[in-house]
Design a binder for this molecule. Structure first.
Ligand SMILES: [Zn+2]
Length: 477
């Protein structure tokens, strides 16, 4: 780690447009963009070393800054929180930034840490004698730090003030959102509070648009899967379902499809609970059950707006399923999600809901089941072993862990099981074939099961066997 980072901190780095990248005995190599010679002279005095500048673009500079400061700040933030935590609340730290109150500073440190680390959630929960702060990275929740119990109520009030919630209300769950400005970017943060025996628990969901990549490649579609998806998306009408358990990336997949289909000539409308990401050019409607706008009412209302493409957040009832399928039969592309384990069993879920066989076979054109797995970092290590799940010896990679990653992983990628409803399958549905029979027909028609798709990802070193085992209960055969 560069020791000069204690002098050229992020603030100075931003101010001077300079990022140090290498430290030598009597000089420091920095990259810079639009820098000022006088400021570089100042730096040389501060560092007591020669500063060698390599000019780069501002984009390159900003990107490198994140990388350089990431692990340094990770340690510094934790040190600082610990320091703040040890002091009594009424004492300000000497070098406290802009004289913020310690609570505001702690919250800012935690939120900024979560943004830098690309966390999806921050959990703040009171236990008997402390407050535990946990963060979720790539789907796994881990403890970030513990704070004084006396901070709990103050932290809760701080967040409630930020998100315009009534801080006198403590005994019922509340939710809201606020915008946090970090590095001059607006980051949406959703807030949910729940009363517990040890005081209110708060969950912050960080919706950082800069971290999402709604392209086919960005969500992990490649090879044969792209061909299958293109085939589905090029159909003039029909219902395409994205299925899987909570948090498997279903909405990202649909957002990606909508963005792909988006052009000025078509009218795209979504109805969601709630709208997660706002996409420019698409009309997104939040359902509001209290005001009488549930999925089914909302869906009927938007059909009157004559959309070419519509997205319904989730199919939860016979009513919504039937309305969605009817809309697809009458010439629209319709997208929705269902909470089921795999693609073939989704057909059975619809039948269980009471949807008629002929409606399914004439409306549904594709079902895409998916799981999110963590991506292995380049520090991975090759291994060869017998894997019970696949009943064979295979070569795979294990996570190792380095400065760049989290326990050997960086980010997540989706694994897909794409079912295209061909003629044979439609006949099978109309003839009331069993789930096993439908699954066989699907496989004959070219569907690669989740289990097989995961094996491919393991063999290619994209993910680990552990990640596959995490999903084993729901991926089927
Ligand atoms: Zn690594």
């Amino acid at each position: 780690m560069l020791s000069c980072l204690s002098i050229i901190d992020r603030k100075l780095s931003v101010k001077y447009n300079i990022v140090p990248i290498e430290e030598k005995k009597d000089s420091i190599l920095c990259i810079a963009s639009r820098f000022n010679k006088g400021e570089v002279d100042n730096l040389e005095i501060l560092l007591n070393k020669r500063v060698v500048i390599e000019e780069v673009s501002i984009e390159e500079l900003n990107e490198k800054r994140i990388e350089v400061f990431k692990s340094y700040e990770r340690i510094k933030i934790l040190e600082k929180i610990e320091l703040l935590n040890q002091y009594k609340l009424n004492i300000h730290l000497e070098n406290s930034i802009e004289n913020k109150s310690p609570i505001i500073e702690i919250m800012d440190l935690i939120i900024e840490h979560a943004i830098v680390e690309k966390c999806s959630d921050i959990h703040i929960e009171g236990i008997e004698r402390e407050v535990v702060v946990k963060i979720r990275i790539d789907g796994s929740l881990k403890e970030l730090c513990r704070l004084n119990k006396e901070y709990q109520q103050k932290i809760i009030s701080r967040i409630k003030v930020l998100s315009n919630l009534d801080y006198t209300v403590k005994n019922i769950p509340q939710d809201s959102r606020f915008t946090y400005i970090y590095n001059s970017k607006n980051i949406d943060i959703r807030v949910a509070t729940t009363p517990t025996v040890y005081g209110e628990k708060i969950v912050l969901r960080i919706l950082d648009k800069n971290n999402v990549d709604y392209t086919k490649e960005g969500i992990g579609l490649y090879g044969e899967d792209v061909i299958k998806v293109n085939k589905l998306l090029s159909q003039p009408s029909g219902l395409i379902l994205s299925v899987g358990p909570t948090g498997c990336g279903k909405s990202s997949t649909i957002y990606t499809f909508l963005k792909y289909l988006m052009n000025e000539e078509i009218n795209i409308i979504t109805i969601e609970d709630p709208v997660e990401y706002k996409i420019e050019g698409i009309n997104q409607i939040n359902i509001n059950e209290e005001a009488g706008l549930d999925f089914n009412e909302g869906l009927k209302a938007i059909l009157r707006l004559d959309p070419d493409v519509l997205m319904l957040g989730e199919i939860r009832s016979l009513d919504t399923a039937t309305t969605a399928i009817r809309a697809s039969i009458t010439g629209r592309k319709v997208f929705s999600t269902i909470h089921t384990s795999d693609s073939p069993s989704t057909i059975y879920r619809l039948l269980d809901m009471g949807v008629e066989n002929y409606l399914i076979s004439s409306g549904v054109i594709g079902i895409i089941s998916q799981r999110l797995v963590r991506k292995l970092c380049d520090c991975k290590r090759k291994k060869k072993d017998y894997i019970e799940l696949y009943d064979e010896v295979i070569e795979y990679y294990e996570p190792v862990g380095c400065e760049k990653c989290n326990d050997g992983y960086i980010g997540r990628v989706a694994i897909f099981e794409i079912l295209i409803l061909n003629q044979k399958l439609k006949e099978g549905i109309n003839k009331n074939k069993s789930l096993d029979e439908l699954r066989e027909i699907a496989k004959e028609g070219g569907m690669v099961t989740l289990k097989e798709a995961m094996k491919k990802a393991v063999l290619e070193g994209k993910t680990s066997i552990d990640e596959v085992y995490k999903n084993i209960m729901t991926i089927g055969d």
